[in-house]
Write a new protein. Sequence first.
Lengths: 272, 345
Amino acid sequence: MNPENPYEPEPAEIIEVIDETPMIKTLALKPTSPYQFKAGQFAQLTLPGVGEGPFTPSSSPLEPERIEITILKTGILTDGIHECQAGQTLGLRGPFGKGYPVDKLDDKEVLIVGGGVGLAPLRALIYALLARLERVKRVSIKYGARDTSELLYKRQYDEWAGTKKVDFTCTIDRPEPGWDGNVGVVTTLLENIDVDRPNCIAFVCGPGIMLKFVTQALMEEGLTPEQIYLSMNRRMSCGMGKCGRCNIGPYYLCKDGPDMQYSLIKDYPNVF
Amino acid sequence: MTVFYLPKDKFVGWLSGLNGGTVFAPAATALGSWVRRFESDTDEPPALDKPRAAQSTKGFFLPPAETIARYGPDAGSVAIAEGRNVLVGVRACELKAWKYLDKVMLEGDFDDPAYRARRENAVIISCDCADCAETCCCVLVDGRPYVEEGDGADINVTTLEDGYLVEPMTDKGVELLGGEFSEASSEQLTARQRIRDAMVERLKTQNADFTFNATDANPPDLPLDDDKSWQRHSADCVECGACTNICPTCHCFYLFDHELAVGSNERVRAWDSCLLSTYHRMAGGENMKISPRPELRSRLANRILHKFVYSPQQYGMLGCVGCGRCVDACPGAIDIRKVVEDLSK
Ligand SMILES: Cc1cc2nc3c(=O)[nH]c(=O)nc-3n(C[C@H](O)[C@H](O)[C@H](O)COP(=O)(O)OP(=O)(O)OC[C@H]3O[C@@H](n4cnc5c(N)ncnc54)[C@H](O)[C@@H]3O)c2cc1C
Ligand code: SF4
Ligand code: FES
């Protein structure tokens, strides 16, 4: 980001476009200068002349020279981004936000719960944890999507599941020919979860309704609000706590989040 | 610092002789006082004896719309620093508002260079209130209608019957006042105190219907935005955004981009309003909740909660300075004092 002007995007060239699902693409970008970010911090991604939107890199924070951003096509900006080809130049501002508290996870059981495109920011967390697996107790990844065509990063599941201390389970909402895995919404993977509850920290990202039901399910499983971090991906503009747009109570999600400990926000209305 | 006495003609002469900047000062109009360019050939003093201007001066630092960045291979960059503005007749409540805006725009991990340049470039000549609007209510939010050292002015002016007391409050102020003016007499200083005390009394009297006394450390206890009682007040809101535009501490903005020419794009920062239904709108289609505050009730609540409850937690300061401008501006006659009085627990 231009240190003289935090509103000016820095050019970033698209070096690869990966089709993930019919509606989701991952763009790999080569930023002008290394984009040093912490897992969970987000970027404002500019489509030149159109505008910008907040997206959390899904790539490893250890690779600041190749940033991957996984994008669901859902409106004006993201339709435009989906048209882009390798070689085109986009813009990056940031990183913004606090990022996941990776350094507070030593000896913890990390529970990662994603829904749909919500696995994108969580993948950056997974990469960050894989790089320091000796420090955490275990990483459990629970992922759900509507159907098999909407599952993200399929190519990586075997590797994750095969890694010692890592456990990966996914589910699709409805049965489908040829699928012999779990069926049901993602909360079904949380019934009687096999984690050391008092020592567990959960990170959840997905659509608002999914956040709500996952939070309920985790509380029923005995987790406390302090142990649950939710990705609060609200409308944002500046990313810096100045434009006022993204508050829950006294918190600006862009600055104090976007991942918020549920205990901090649970008493405010309209969280979900 | 030392207080000086300037008779009327000397004061006007000093103001119109100020160089090194464009001077803006309140002028009396049929619609109340408005901040205008102060012409150097005038012998008419600025309207310091009138109530605060209808509009706040936040636009000098945070303009309604500005090009905040240019990008693209042929875009060039945007020139941020501007010439020096000398703002005359700024009130104590506005100085407090700027302290608040400084926290928002300049503190934390990201500095706002455009705001900083204009803020640091400006010269502030404030004045004690010699008159007030019916809606002025600084005394309800721990404010006062006069200016003291440390409030953020370079020079403060008190209007006396036959002239002005002028008190430099910073080195910049001392330098600007320059000249050989006579020191204020102790009678004049006593007169200044009398004027100040009388204004405080008058403000207390005109706000006697309101019993709350909000301070940074003791803000009112208001219900959260899901409480139905907000409806009593939001029923009168027509979502025009006048209150947020006119408010000296409201700083919400949105960034818009557009293409100027191939390879050259502009990013514009424009004021926005949290009362508008589009303010929180997110992406998403049918069956998705695309706004966390779809009801006007909760948006109005969010604005007032931000001023009175969240700001003290975020910045250690109330977000309302009691200027009363939103009360004057609202076509639905929503009076923020009545809202707080009605809903405080
Ligand atoms: C911190 C954060 C991280 C995110 N990470 C990801 C991610 O990794 N991957 C991902 O896919 N998504 C992510 N999102 C969501 C993503 O930012 C949005 O889906 C995207 O910005 C939608 O833009 P759009 O232009 O395509 O949608 P549109 O619905 O077209 O919206 C365009 C903009 O204009 C507004 N708008 C549209 N129509 C109107 C209207 N009629 N009136 C007023 N305003 C309107 C919208 O609110 C939006 O800001 C993230 C969001 C946040 C906050
Ligand atoms: S000025 Fe009044 S009507 Fe207009 S948005 Fe504000 S509260 Fe609503
Ligand atoms: S996005 Fe501007 S304050 Fe959060």
